[in-house]
Design a binder for this molecule. Structure first.
Ligand SMILES: [Zn+2]
Length: 242
């Protein structure tokens, strides 16, 4: 079965809780970045409280997530769980704040373990992709990136840590009376996941598939050897019977 997606505002970053599907809303949150202006959080309604897909950047949304939830009749404390597609700050860190304040369960793909660990030890680990850049004959670029990332680290005051649940490829996650199937889609990050609602025929793609731009590939502190190849393989995944 597939259902009609609700019409979205022409400007996708327009604040609000926009209906997408029966029982599913989209709340775009502002980002503290020059290029990317917003990140989408999806709210899946359910009897045990809403489940969120992705969460926003800790301390950066000016209360927009809370206001969006309020418009749907919920508070942050009502959120049953937050399924996060990958460990980038704009998707993951606000989930850690909501967990700290309300005890909310946070779920993340198991493939992100390396990156979560490397971020915890960022002072020792150095800049993203530095070893690969040196091997590829670009030591100057590696040094430049290390300086750039150190500056980013100094300005970074977002919380960090492990999720409550590491999700595996093929795992089913209950969300609002429906089941979401987790699929591992490494590429954008090493442990990126997408969530498929097979009943409605929709896929929550995180940063694996974006509407107007191409996702960046595997710029990480604990990268796998061939993230571009993994990304292309992830794009070819057949979302049919397993
Ligand atoms: Zn991302």
């Amino acid at each position: 079965m597939t259902v009609e997606l609700a019409e979205q505002p022409e400007n996708w970053t327009e604040p609000g809780a926009h209906p997408v599907l029966p029982g599913v809303h989209r709340i775009p949150l502002p980002l503290p970045l020059n290029g990317l202006r917003a990140v989408n959080v999806y709210v899946i309604e359910g009897p045990g409280g809403p489940v969120l897909i992705d969460s926003g950047w800790a301390g950066a949304d000016g209360g927009v997530l809370e206001a969006g939830l309020r418009a749907l009749g919920h508070g942050l404390a009502d959120v049953a769980a937050i399924l996060v597609t990958h460990s980038h700050h704009d998707h993951y860190t606000q989930a850690l704040v909501v967990r700290r304040d309300h005890g909310t369960r946070v779920l993340l793909g198991r493939g992100e373990q390396h990156s979560v660990e490397a971020m915890k030890r960022r002072q020792e680990v150095g800049g993203p992709q530095s070893d690969q850049l040196v091997v590829a004959g670009a030591p100057e670029l590696a040094a430049e990136m290390a300086v750039w990332s150190k500056e980013g680290d100094l300005a970074d005051n977002a919380p960090w840590g492990e999720p409550d649940i590491w999700l595996d490829d093929g795992q089913q996650v209950p969300a609002g009376g429906r089941e979401l199937e987790v699929r591992a889609t490494p590429g954008h990050t090493r442990g990126h996941i997408v969530a498929r609602d097979a009943t409605l025929g929709v896929l929550f793609t995180g940063d694996h598939v974006l509407p107007h731009i191409t996702p960046s590939i595997g710029y990480e502190r604990a990268p796998e050897p061939a993230p571009l190849r993994s990304y292309l393989d992830s794009l070819r995944l057949a979302y049919g019977p397993r």
